[in-house]
Design a binder for this molecule. Structure first.
Ligand code: PDD
Length: 283
């Protein structure tokens, strides 16, 4: 099989899978999700993704009916049925199945897993961005299924021929619709603090580790839209982008002034380096 779907023990080709209409994920987005890259049998940062998943489920009072080890083994088992060498593994746990009622009581959670084809990012490719006002809630640190503002922003970016939308809250950059954003200025990496306005990305974590490893100072402090316009480089991180440069926002040229430093960082973040556990731990 290639694209695979799994739902509560049932597994089939993704296009043949169906889920119950009464799954609370369908009408309330009541659940938590994660995504992981797998390349040639190695999961990229699986333990960090699993830890964040358990933290997110705890934050919304959802109990995972598996141990971390059981979940990891299940993900590996489902992934082993796909022919793809590079896979995008997505899973979500929803609160359960019941007639639509806001208050949930005594439900058994539903586990969804999908395996689709992944391709590793091209670091030579630079991204085009737009900015949008960040009107999201203060639950951005939780990886919930409620992504309406994110998908609207991403769709607007795509309609304008761009690849990402940057959220700006009161003049300060928070993150993007589905990635974190950072600036390099005078040899310092600056990134918004991991508070309730951003998702603490695993890609962000790896970038901070790589910078510390390269003796690049890291400042976890909010930066403004103006700062972004005048940065030496603007970097986006996520599970799928790993670490890519941006070159345009709202039609203005940005970055491009510290390309060799970015290349050093990207080399440290390449999949093979990370997969072989060479990433230094954060201190
Ligand atoms: N998105 N911020 C948001 C809002 C995100 O949705 C993501 C990831 C990130 C980066 O997180 P990480 O480095 O752990 O991937 C930041 C994933 C890829 C998605 O929704 O598919």
């Amino acid at each position: 099989m290639k694209d695979i779907g799994y739902y509560n023990g049932r597994m089939d080709a993704l296009e043949h899978m169906q889920v119950p209409m009464l799954d609370r994920g369908c009408y309330f987005g009541d659940g938590i999700y994660e995504t992981v890259l797998m390349s040639h049998g190695t999961f990229h940062d699986i333990d960090r993704h699993i830890d964040r998943f358990y933290q997110g489920t705890a934050d919304i009072f959802l109990t995972v009916p598996y141990t971390k080890q059981q979940l990891k083994e299940l993900l590996l088992w489902v992934s082993s049925h796909s022919e793809y060498k590079e896979q995008f593994i997505y899973w979500q746990l929803t609160r359960g199945t019941a007639l639509r009622s806001h208050a949930a009581k005594d439900l058994s959670p539903n586990l969804w897993i999908t395996i689709t084809k992944a391709s590793l990012p091209d670091f030579e490719h630079t991204l085009k961005l737009i900015s949008v006002e960040d009107r999201r809630s203060s639950y951005c640190h939780i990886k919930t299924l409620n992504l309406l503002p994110n998908i609207l922003a991403a769709s607007q970016a795509a309609q304008e021929g761009c690849e990402e939308a940057v959220f700006v809250r009161n003049g300060y950059v928070t993150e993007c619709s589905h990635s974190n954003i950072h600036i390099l200025k005078d040899g310092v990496l600056q990134t918004a603090p991991a508070d309730c306005h951003i998702l603490a990305g695993i890609g962000r974590f790896n970038l901070i580790c790589a910078c510390r490893n390269l003796q690049i100072p890291v400042l976890e402090r909010a930066f403004s839209y103006e700062d972004l316009l005048h940065a030496d480089e603007v970097l986006l991180t996520s599970t799928t982008k790993i670490c890519q440069r941006a070159d345009t926002i709202d039609g203005h040229h940005i970055g491009g002034k510290a390309i060799s430093l970015v290349k050093k960082i990207q080399r440290l973040l390449t999949f093979s380096e990370i997969a072989s556990e060479n990433t230094p731990s954060i201190s």
